[in-house]
Design a binder for this molecule. Structure first.
Ligand code: F6R
Length: 607
């Protein structure tokens, strides 16, 4: 939602903070700013717009020479993107950057009789004032932050400087991520490890309520009461190049191109004796065989991966799966108790709604499993069991490789559950494991290699105002994700429908100017899909089929993309990659900023 970074050390702090802000821009990119100690005084530069604008302003000043600086890149929640609402916010001696939302900011402002002191419309400035008043009263930075934190409702990761404590940066967190990065020539705080990977792989993830102080000489960590504590240092497995664009024009395309490797990296360590297993993740066959129902909770693309899980689980294991939208889950008093298994799917492991659902499920005694990409993230830490995907850092706002890897892992999980319940044999599990670990990466690679064909299709459809997606069975769930991908990066209105549902109302929207992408990978459903395509074609609608190579659609479609021949079980996942590439080309042809679509941010740490 917003990205924060701070550095105190012996090297160029401004450069490190700007570098970090560029890699945090995926968290928000409507304004940015930095604060730096220069000769014992705090200097700030901030502006509406992207980090590049702040960088330009700094250059125009002749640079900022500093060994201690912090910065912020914003996704506006309270107050429009503007210079004055950009962070850092300064109140008295307190300089603050913030990721999260202070829910009781209006009450606090009234309590502090603060109206006259506030320059911006942000909740953050009220937090800065709250901290500053505490600091004024007690004169001790950690005590002041701890006291102020007790008054704040909502979520925060703070980077804090006090004007009379040059060389130190303080951090505090609740429900928004914050790490300490430890390097040989200084220390960092950051919203996530990607922001500091260029300088260090060593980090400590702070937990809710904890605070820290970093300086050139070291770091200290404190519990919520201000008592010093020690925490384990972790080493990131990602390298700096993984979080860079390499030779690609866009992160999104680079990340699609990484799908075959990401699938292999995620599944290979889980193959034992030729069969996929989750015992090393702490999920043995006894637990799987006892599973009577699975509830999957997630947001956006991760929820669409959950729908794929529903398809495979119900088919392979005869286990009913309920897939819930995380932002709705806890507000409808869900029926969940100690007999249930709840799975949270999240790339970032920080999504506020998904985290809230996880906490509710734990309160009710359910067994919780997290399927997460970011190691050590909050959801990963709080779930009873975590299955990590190894997709590497996903920087583009639109999720691609995380989704295909989630889908592949969920299929593997469903297969192991099916074996544990003896609805498939061990031989069948081994055969399917080989399809997943060998055929799936190959087929995905083949689709990526045929990107030019999808570009040609994109040229046909990029000027449409509305595009529909249809499919049946698993293809219907892929259609949901394909449609989301298109709308978020190309701004074309799009809807996904179970193909048979179209004639129950939506067909009235089909015109010669409203193309439909029809997914057809299930041979047993070919005939029914053909009927649905004919319904569209006979009303003048143009259809582009993404289908198995033997789909008999003749000239009912305007164009088709034949998926590589592969096991039908994995074909929907392969089709998803084709749809991601189609959406990418359409967005590029429309001149959109595919990596940073308007109004969005990657890590949604507000509810
Ligand atoms: C869309 C997209 C979002 C995320 C959603 C959940 O491309 O990326 O819909 O899937 O915000 O995020 P995570 O998976 O981090 O919980």
């Amino acid at each position: 939602m917003c990205g924060i970074i701070g550095y105190s050390g012996r090297s160029d702090a401004t450069g490190r903070v700007i570098d970090g802000l560029y890699s945090l821009e995926y968290r928000g990119y409507d304004s940015a700013g930095i604060a730096a100690f220069v000769g014992g005084e705090v200097k700030t530069v901030k502006s509406e717009g992207r980090v590049a604008r702040v960088c330009e302003m700094i250059k125009n000043f002749g640079g900022i020479k500093s060994n201690c600086a912090m910065g912020h890149t914003r996704w506006a929640t309270h107050g429009a993107p503007s210079d004055v609402n950009s962070h850092p916010h300064i109140c008295g001696k307190t300089v603050l950057v913030h990721n999260g939302i202070i829910e009781n900011y209006a009450e606090l402002a009234a309590e502090l009789d603060a109206k006259a002191d506030l320059l911006s419309q942000t909740d953050t400035e009220v937090a800065a004032l709250t901290i500053d008043r505490s600091y004024f009263e007690c004169g001790d930075p950690i005590k002041a932050i701890a006291e102020a934190s007790k008054k704040l409702a909502g979520s925060y990761a703070f980077g804090i400087m006090f004007a009379d404590l040059p060389g130190s940066i303080f951090g505090a967190k609740k429900d928004s991520p914050l790490i300490i990065g430890i390097s040989d020539d200084g220390n960092f705080i950051a919203s996530d490890i990607t922001a500091v990977l260029k300088y260090t792989k060593k980090y400590i993830a702070l937990s809710d309520g904890e605070m820290c102080r970093i300086s050139a000489d070291g770091y200290e960590i404190f519990d919520a009461l201000g008592a010093p504590i020690k925490k384990e240092i972790c080493t990131a497995t990602w390298n700096a190049e993984a979080a860079e664009r390499g030779g690609y024009d866009h992160f999104m395309y680079k990340e699609i191109a990484e799908e075959p490797t990401a699938i292999k990296k995620t599944l290979a360590p889980r193959v034992k004796g030729g069969a996929v297993a989750f015992a090393d993740d702490g999920i043995d066959d006894i637990m799987l065989s006892e599973m009577k129902k699975l509830t999957v909770v997630a947001c956006g693309t991760a929820r669409h991966a959950g729908l794929i899980a529903k398809y495979y689980f119900e088919r392979l294991c005869r286990v009913p799966v309920c897939v819930d939208i995380a932002s709705e889950f806890r507000y409808r008093d869900p029926i969940i108790d100690a007999d249930d298994t709840l799975m949270i799917i999240s790339q970032s492991g920080e999504t506020a709604d998904s985290l809230a659902a996880l906490r509710l499920a734990r309160e009710r005694g359910a067994k919780t499993v997290a399927l997460v990409n970011v190691i050590g993230s909050t959801i990963a830490r709080e779930a009873d069991t975590v299955i990590y995907t190894h997709a590497g850092p996903e920087i583009a706002v639109a999720s691609t490789k995380a989704y295909t890897v989630q889908a592949a892992t969920l299929l593997a999980f469903a297969l192991r559950t099916a074996y544990a319940k003896r609805t498939i044999s061990f031989e069948e599990l081994k055969r399917c494991t080989s399809v997943l670990t060998s055929e799936l990466p190959k087929a995905t690679e083949s689709v990526i290699g045929r990107s030019a064909e999808l570009y040609e299709a994109a040229r046909k459809y990029f000027s449409a105002d509305d595009i529909f997606y249809i499919g049946r069975g698993a293809d219907g769930y892929i259609a949901d994700e394909a449609s989301l991908k298109l709308k978020e990066i190309s701004y074309i209105h799009s809807e996904a429908y179970a193909a048979g549902e179209l004639k129950h109302g939506t067909l009235s929207l089909i015109t010669p100017k409203t193309p439909t992408v029809a997914l057809a990978t299930r041979r047993s459903l070919f005939e029914k899909m053909m009927s649905n395509i004919r319904e569209i074609a006979s009303r003048g609608g143009k259809v582009f089929a993404v289908c198995a190579d033997d789909f008999p659609c003749g000239d009912a479609v305007e164009a088709r993309f034949d998926l590589p021949a592969c096991d039908e079980m994995i074909m929907p996942i392969v089709a998803a990659t084709a749809c991601q590439i189609l959406a990418y080309h359409i967005a590029i042809l429309r001149g959109c900023d595919v990596d940073k679509p308007r109004n969005l941010a990657k890590s949604v740490t507000v509810e």
